[in-house]
Structures are given as structure tokens and as C-alpha cells.
Design a protein around this ligand. Sequence first.
Ligand SMILES: [Zn+2]
Length: 378
Amino acid sequence: MIVLKREIIIVAKVKLYTNKIEQQLLYDTLQSNRDALNAVSQVAFKKGLTNANILQKETYEMVRRNFNLKAQMACNVARSVAGKYKALKTNGKSIVKPIRFQKPELVYSYNRDYSVRKDGKLSLGTLKGRIVISFERKGMSHFFDGAWRFKTMTLLLKKGTYFACFSMSQEVDAIETEKIQQIIGIDLGINFLSVGYDGKKASFVNGREIKDRRAKYQRLRKALQKKQTSSARRRLKHIGRRENRWMRDVNHQVTKALVTRYGSGALYVIEDLTNVRKATERVRKKDRYLTVSWSFHQFRLFLTYKVERAGAHIVAVDPKYTSQKCPKCSHTEKANRIKKMHTFCCRSCEYTSNDDRIAAMNLYYKGMKYLDSQKAMS
Ligand SMILES: [Zn+2]
């Protein structure tokens, strides 16, 4: 018998504990890497190169010489640049000027220029060789217990704090289609933290309270940021930690309730947000102060491992049109959704519903389609 396997990929983002010297080193490394990316981007643009190998041959010496990067990092630079150009090309965008790299971030390859040591510390390359640092793993330790395989790691700097985003994978059994008794589409949002649709009814987890509480934290933080005293800075840190702890608890509780409710015969369907930015873009401007992407991301992470642990299944599907498509007649049009009124009204069949449930319904149907395609394959 052939047992089909499938790979689940998650991204675990953790905070790094760094001292002043390490911070400077990481900063210099990120800067150098960014400058190298932009220099290589110039070459790629001028010569019209999108092949990583050719671009690497063309720029490797220059990158090593001018930007002081170690061998593996220099290779990654060409790969990153080529990847960006290729992505634009396949999206049908015309490239009229060199792509600019602005964000302070750096992609590492596992066992080449980063590793996680037996003692749990992170070893990563810098301009001056490897350094070893600890990282926060509260609530995340099960991702580092050996069950998940490390892929790439992205180092990034956000508001003075360094983070590592570990991309990790695990092989799990293919979906046993005959076991699935229930499909649940899960959409995440602002007014409702999550909406689940199981084919009969939708269940809402109200986001209002969460929204209010986050706004309160935000006001508090703003006030403290104005004061430049050291006690204000301490309070600020304290509040940040408290907020994270609270959000984590909420995400744990909600995902646990979902998994308990539907048991092991469930197939959960979520949006595939490989590009995390989408999560923030869906939020209206006036809510922009809520940096939701992080808590969404955490929700998905918790849901994924709880689902797998419960013996249930989860799939991420293409999020295209999930908020515009009519779940009854499939008519897809932007105007179907009347954002101001929080209403969905199909321009073709006049099916009307609260707009928050539409995405969850569409995810449910995408899950059904997915299941059918799996059945057809087996
Ligand atoms: Zn319709």
C-alpha cells in the first residue's frame, strides 16, 4: 500500500535576546546585505537576468569584495534578487526600474549559515562570523522539539527588536478522505476574530472586545512613548509583554475550542497567506493601528498544530475572491460586497448575507472541492 504524505509548512516567529554588541553586529549585517541586494538588483535589471545561477556567477565576486558578506550569504543575495524579478515577471508586471530592497531582513539557509544548537540557542552568521544567541520560546517550545524540520530563517529588525522567523515543515499523512465527516471554513477578521462555517451554520468569535483592548494598549503605549524616562521605557516593555501574553491566551483558547468542537473527523480550511501582508491589507485604514497580521499568524499557527495533534486535518487554499464570490451562484464581482453596510448582496442571484460569513462559506466550498480532488486521486 502506498501511503501518501503531505508537507505542512509553518512559520514560527520568535524574539531574539540580544546585547548591545550583538545588536550592532546584526545591524551591520542587515545593512550590508541590503546594500548588496540593491547592487545585485542593479545588475539584474541592466542585464535582464532572472536566473539565480547566472546572476550569482555575475555578481558573486563583487558582493564578497564590496559588501564583506560570507560565501553563503553572498549566494543567497543573488537567489533573493532573482526570485523577486521572476515573481514580478510571472505576475505579468513590466519592470521599468531596478527593484529596491528596503526592509532590514536577511534570509538564512539551514545548516549553511544558521542552525539551532542542542542547547536550544540560535547560531547565525554575521559579517564577523557566527554568533550564538538565545531566543524567546514561551508557548512555542513544541515547534523546537524535533518534530519540525528547519527550512529557511529570516532575520528581521522591527522597532529596535530582532526577530527570527523560522520556516519549518513536517510530513504528515495525506488526508484520509473517508475519515472526513465535516468541513469547516475559517476566516479571520477584525470585527470577528474568526468566523467558522461548517455547511449548516456560521459561528462567530467576537472581535470587538479584542479590538477595544488592543486600542487601549495602543493608547497607553503612545502616552508612555512621549515620556522619555527610563521608568516609562520599563513600563512600555512590561505592557508589550502583557499584551502579547493576553493575545496568545485568546488565540490558544479560541483554537482549542474549535478543535474540541469538531473532533478528529474535521477538515479545516484556511486561507493560504504565504504573503502575510495580505492580512493587514484587508483591514480598513482607520483600523490600521491594529497590527493584526501578527495575531492572525499566531492563530493559524496554533490552529495548525492543534488540528494535527487531534488527528484532524487542515488545508490552506488560495484566498482569491473569497470575499467577492457568491457562495450560492458563484457570480464573482467586487460590488457584491457592500463594505460600508457589512453586507454581501450578489448582483446576479441577490443572495444576501452578513459579509463576514461570506469568506468562511467560500472557504468551506473550496474545502469541498479540495476533498473531491483528493478522492479522485486515490
Ligand atoms: Zn449569487
